[in-house]
Design a protein around this ligand. Structure first.
Ligand code: AMP
Ligand code: ZN
Length: 474
């Protein structure tokens, strides 16, 4: 197995992934805010997290993977201003915030499955961890990192720098820091980049989600939930934290500052940031209302796994532009890949391998492994996959390699089943023709027919009872 290299946003460098003082990997992904449907943009980030999770398994690491569900505290304005997103959605739809969170969580989990994303070890909800968040704020208060304003308890970023000797915002680029410095909506904030740990309910009883705390009735800030839940499940220092690129300038620096201020330990070793998916060349966001959901794709007849394939065609640090045309092309390529792999499922053609063929098989495996281990380079891995399929190695080995590659890519190739339906007479005739050619030992011609049938969506499998034709399920 090759070593895994990941671009760590903390250093800006590609670094070898190594475990520190533990046998298992701790990995945390910032999950969805369940106030609306998750978008195909959000799912780009979760798919990258899934591929990394699978890759770690492929390299024999055991991974404790945690993805939170933000059901409280994420405000409409990123600088701790505006309404809580879940409460706002509840108001608009005439439901309670609890109903909204439950409804969108359910749909999120359904879409998660449709994209063949492996379930994390746990999906903790912010509302189930209020006590942990209050306890963490108490520690910060005792250590002198907090102050009170009329609307909440804030984290003092300057105090963090003075007390710890650390710079606040190591993950951000200079521009982002400057941009942050311009934002100072709350005049009571001591420093522009200070952030809310606990917000007071404006009028207690008005919100659906609010709790008692040592500071007054209210709700936790968005940043504190990720620190409290990640440290609860993965310990005070853990390995990987992943999220979209937007989190790099505020949410993640805030997580680092409050966690390290509380524990005096390095919080996370590898920070991974996924570049945003664009739609028709534009930034996609729920607030701009130009987002698509998995269900929008399904309504147009696309397989969510074709979207997964599309994600794989770009490196996660490069931008990816979604258009319906690009999805259509991904669906075509994915269908072709899937039909070819299914076609190689027949292992009966296994033969003794020549040393050259064995070397080719090893080379394909190495190329694939090196690509995925090189900062999750899925486009390069896909190219190796296609070349392998086109090569002259035996079918059974193609199938075995495809299954092994799919452990990382997660295109659901193994579970893919063919469907029994009426087979048109022309297709049956082709199958008979192929069988006659096989009997006459004209294997190349027989294979040509099998391939053309596959392109038409029909798979012929040789069984002990003779050839069987099935339609490939889409
Ligand atoms: P949210 O539901 O807004 O809290 O976002 C959940 C996750 O999706 C975060 O890691 C975001 O950074 C990420 N995300 C949001 N929009 C996009 C996008 N267009 N492309 C990729 N990731 C995104
Ligand atoms: Zn987070």
């Amino acid at each position: 197995m090759a070593d895994i290299y990941l671009t760590n946003s903390l250093t800006g460098k590609k670094e070898k992934f190594e475990l520190h003082n533990s046998k298992e990997v701790g990995m945390y992904a910032c999950g969805p805010t369940v106030h609306n449907f998750a978008t195909i943009g959000n799912f780009r980030t979760y798919t990258v997290a899934d591929i990394l999770f699978r890759l770690l398994g492929y390299n024999s690491f055991y991974t404790k993977y945690v993805m939170n569900l933000t059901d409280v505290g994420h405000l409409v304005g990123d600088a701790d201003t505006g309404d809580d997103k879940v409460e706002e959605s509840a108001k608009k739809k005439g439901k309670t915030a609890w109903d909204i969170a439950e409804y969108y969580t359910k749909i999120f989990l359904k879409d998660f499955e449709a994209l063949n994303l492996r379930k994390p070890w746990i999906f903790p909800k912010a509302t189930d961890h209020i006590e942990e968040q209050i306890d963490l704020i108490k520690v910060l208060e005792e250590k002198g990192f907090t102050y009170k304003t009329s609307d909440g308890i804030y984290f003092d970023t300057k105090e963090f720098e003075e007390k710890t000797g650390r710079k606040y915002g190591e993950l951000s680029t200079l521009d982002e820091v400057l941009e942050g410095a311009r934002v100072r909506e709350n005049p009571e904030k001591k420093n522009a980049r200070d952030f809310a740990l606990w917000k007071f309910s404006k009028k207690p009883g008005e919100r659906h989600m609010e709790w008692e705390s040592p500071w007054g009735i209210g709700f936790p800030g968005w940043h504190i939930e990720c620190s409290a839940m990640s440290m609860k499940y993965l310990g005070e220092s853990f390995d990987i934290h992943i999220g979209g690129e937007d989190l790099r300038s505020t949410h993640h620096p805030n997580e680092i500052a409050q966690s390290e201020a509380a524990t005096d330990k390095p919080f996370v070793r590898y920070w991974i940031h996924v570049t945003f998916l664009k739609v028709d060349g534009k930034r996609m966001s729920k607030s701009l209302n130009n987002f698509y959901t998995i269900s929008d794709l399904q309504k147009k007849g696309f397989d969510p796994l074709a979207l997964r394939y599309l994600y794989l065609t770009a490196h996660y640090r490069d931008s990816l532009n979604f258009t319906w045309e690009s999805l259509k092309a991904a669906q075509t390529a994915f269908d072709k890949l899937r039909s070819q792999v299914v076609g190689y499922r027949e292992k009966s053609s296994r033969t003794t391998l020549s040393p050259e063929k064995q070397k080719k098989i090893d080379d394909f495996r190495n190329r694939f492994t090196l690509a995925v281990c090189d900062d999750i380079n899925t486009p390069r891995a896909l190219a190796a996959f296609w070349e392998m399929l086109k090569s002259n190695i035996p079918s059974g080995d193609k199938y075995d390699l495809a299954m092994s590659f799919d452990e990382v890519l997660g295109l659901g190739l193994q579970g893919f089943q063919t469907q029994k339906v009426e087979i048109p007479i022309e297709v049956q005739k082709l199958a008979e023709e192929r069988e006659a050619l096989r009997k006459a030992e004209k294997f190349e011609d027989a294979d040509k027919i099998r391939k053309s049938m596959l392109e038409e969506g029909y798979l012929v499998e040789d069984t002990p009872e003779g050839p069987k034709v099935n339609k490939i399920q889409k």
